[in-house]
Design a protein around this ligand. Sequence first.
Ligand code: BG6
Length: 480
Amino acid sequence: MSEKLSFPAGFLWGGATAANQCEGAYQEDGRGLANVDVVPIGPDRLAIITGRKKMFDFEEGYFYPAQEAIDMYHHFKEDIALFGEMGFKTYRLSIAWSRIFPKGDELEPNEAGLKFYEDLFKECHKYGIEPLVTITHFDCPMHLIKEYGGWRNRKLLEFYERLCRTLFTRYKGLVKYWLTFNEINMLLHAPFMGAGICFEEGENEEEVKFQAAHHELVASSLATKLAHEIDPENKVGCMLAAGQCYPRTCNPEDVWQAMQEDHENFFFIDVQARGEYPNYAKKYWERLGLKLQMTEEDLSLLKEHTVDFISFSYYSSRVAAANPEASEETEGNVFASLKNPYLPSSEWGWQIDPLGLRITLNIIWDRYQKPMFIVENGLGAIDHPDENGYVEDDYRIDYLAAHIKAMRQAINEDGVVLWGYTTWGCIDLVSAGTGEMKKRYGFIYVDRDNEGKGSFKRSKKKSFYWYKDVIASNGACLGD
Ligand code: BG6
């Protein structure tokens, strides 16, 4: 087989989900309430996830899709069997913090929560699937938000450390790939999801966000340290919402603007991969007069415990301009971007740019020289199932095929080091951005709609069989 067509031996093919978007069972077996539970579908969602509207409990007249999601809590055996049938080598999932520590600040974990994930990991291993676990995916116990103000409070370091110690000890031998915080840079754009932050009247929002970022970054280093101490086999990664920012034109002012926007995202990974705050960030804080609390011990933790690999999500590239008013905006993964006239868009306005993935892979590789893992990539689209739940989703196949070819080129022709690829939403699940079910990403259709109706029945889409072939041929069946 031509080397050009296939992926390295041992390449980790798979799919990804997050607890709050698929598990449901939000009150079962002692689970506590989490931020993600109280985010409804509908027009208030954006204000809530960005920390501008306070909704700390369920309110009359709203629908909360995470309460039941796709009920994976009760279907996980069936779902993992389907992942096994596709030949997954890895399955990325996240832990619901409030299943393990329902309030977040207890000293002892909830055994039923621990047992749930233990059973799930064992089920994965039955099919030769290596779990890849995100410790926090937009997930924070509500008690920690009400009582401590979320990640703005340094106390969360202690609670997170306890969570990590519990997980690494209990799952030693069952899990070896860990991600500390999903899309850590999302904290700046969706602080309630990323850090359990809801702003108080009159406070300095930038200061609150960067203080919370510091706490998460130190927590991530602490987790890396612990993971390595508890099991030297553990590999810990950071996780970035990636997508290169292009300048709208070659006007240096636009190039400069694009560079600033990239810095906002790389800021986090610069710390997690290189171990120190970049000068551009320190200068930015200085200009704004931000007073951030950090200790010498924090800085040495950051320095000494950098990540083993860099994982990221990629849906699209972005565009920036010095004078953005002159361009049309487009929807994107919570971040706004200008419209790129050279690219087609999804039904949700996310622009489709497979070459942008190759560019992003090269830029991250050049910047950090650490192995990479693409842990999210996919197309959210409206599916039209037949009476058996079968969907002819050629649009999804085309999107994924183009991106897989781009990453194959990045590996085989550019020499980047990529450990694996997990498509986002390998089974239909609740959208994080909009709360919709109809924005589907899966290879597996789930009978559930935006209003919470449906039987939860699973069925295979056309892309299910296609991805199975991709994995079985290690990418070669895609041709040139
Ligand atoms: C990423 C998140 O931002 O994008 C996922 O890590 C999310 O949780 C995914 O689901 C796709 O976004 P959306 O808004 O279409 O669900």
